[in-house]
Design a protein around this ligand. Structure first.
Ligand code: PLP
Length: 369
């Protein structure tokens, strides 16, 4: 790799392919695979990642909002794209870019029927989401009659799939709850397909669902975090490879005397002599203030160096006492050598939040094979 000259997010497409192949080993060869690329592909680069996923043969992509799907279509992505949370004002955009909306309520169903009629659509592909316990988005079981009546005798929509989402697929202590979600999803599907008289395909599992409830894979699974290299559990993390590595450099080294402070509000006061390094990376890049004051560490020549004092907008200071390092040296914030899950855990959060929070200011660089 060329020398790092500033803060970069290095993206490893070989790791992405490895993760896809590993996740596929957990499901039947005929089960469809949807890759979730919402939120800039979990904070990486949605076009780059979607192109690679399309090339390696994923069946579906998913984004949260219509604009995210538009960006992929404009980049030439042809794979079907499920839009998990399209807003009704954007339904014309959904249709213009051949995106497939998730409809999850009486309001969204009626709005989408209205838009597709105005746009003279026939058999437009949509997906119906049912709530089975997450209580976030979704029709309720007792909406089935309403849906069937709305669709009766109308040709605008083709219900391609019905789906639901597990609330605690990574949490073994909630196994009974997850099993009940699986059962109620099956019940809903049975009742719904009886009314509809054709069979949409079904999907329920996210990454941890694939690992913990493979018997409920139905005809498709939806994976996000696993593709990016995290499995919400050490034994799956060990099989996956982080796609994104956040790297930076040392801007300046300081030698601090006892009783001197470091950073805003003098949040860190040194008891002894210290060597500190200032890095060009701050909360505006996605390393929030919760990581300051020793909650997270970065790697300098393989040695853990805690963040000291408050995180600034564009900079953090780290303790490199006893580490042989100099200005311009490379620093690993998280990624391959030090997982985002561990970094995030220091501040009581999860890999998802850390990854998706890396701001657009950080340059994305493809790792050379
Ligand atoms: C984000 C999302 C996923 C992906 O979940 P992971 O835990 O990242 O695999 C799957 N399904 C829905 C509905 C989502 O919103």
């Amino acid at each position: 790799m060329p020398k790092v000259t500033g803060t970069i997010l290095e993206l490893d497409l070989v790791a992405l392919e490895h993760n896809y192949n590993y996740l596929r080993t957990k499901i039947h060869p005929t089960t469809k695979f949807l890759a979730v690329v919402k939120a800039f592909a979990y904070g990486s680069d949605s076009v780059l990642i979607a192109k690679k996923l399309e090339a390696i043969g994923v069946d579906y992509l998913a984004v949260a909002y219509a604009e995210e799907g538009k960006v992929l279509r404009e980049a030439g992505i042809k794979t079907p794209i499920l839009v998990l949370h399209a807003q009704p004002y954007n339904y014309p955009m959904v249709i213009r870019y051949c995106l497939e909306p998730s409809l999850y309520s009486r309001r969204t169903l009626q709005e989408f029927i209205k838009t597709s009629r105005e746009e003279k659509q026939k058999a437009y592909p949509v997906h119906l989401k049912f709530n089975t316990g997450l209580n976030r988005l979704g029709f309720w079981k007792n909406d089935i009659d309403f849906i069937a009546n709305e669709l009766e005798g109308r040709g605008e929509l083709n219900i391609k799939s019905i789906f639901s989402h597990l609330a605690a697929s990574e949490d073994r202590s909630e196994e009974e709850f997850s099993q009940n979600q699986i059962k109620s999803f099956e019940k809903i599907a049975k009742e719904f397909t009886a009314r509809l008289k054709y069979s949409p395909f079904m999907h329920l599992l996210n990454t941890s669902g694939i690992f913990n409830y493979p018997e409920a894979q139905f005809q498709m699974v939806r994976s996000g975090i696993g593709l990016y290299g995290y499995g919400n559990e050490a034994r799956y993390d060990a099989m996956l490879r982080p796609v994104a590595t956040l790297k930076t450099i040392i801007s300046q080294i300081h030698h601090i005397a006892p009783n001197e402070s470091v950073g805003y509000n003098r949040a860190f006061v040194s008891r002894e002599e210290k060597k500190t390094a200032t890095l060009p990376l701050g909360h505006a890049d996605g390393i929030g203030r919760q990581y300051g004051n020793g909650k997270a560490s970065v790697l300098v020549h393989g040695m853990a160096s805690p963040i000291i004092g408050n995180v600034c907008m564009d900079m953090i200071m780290i303790d490199v006492t006893g580490i042989d390092c100099k200005e311009g040296d490379e620093v690993i914030v998280f990624g391959k050598e030090y997982s985002a899950e561990n970094f995030a855990a220091g501040a009581n959060t999860i890999s998802y939040e850390l990854l998706t929070g890396i701001s657009q200011r950080v340059k994305r660089v493809v790792k050379e094979a």
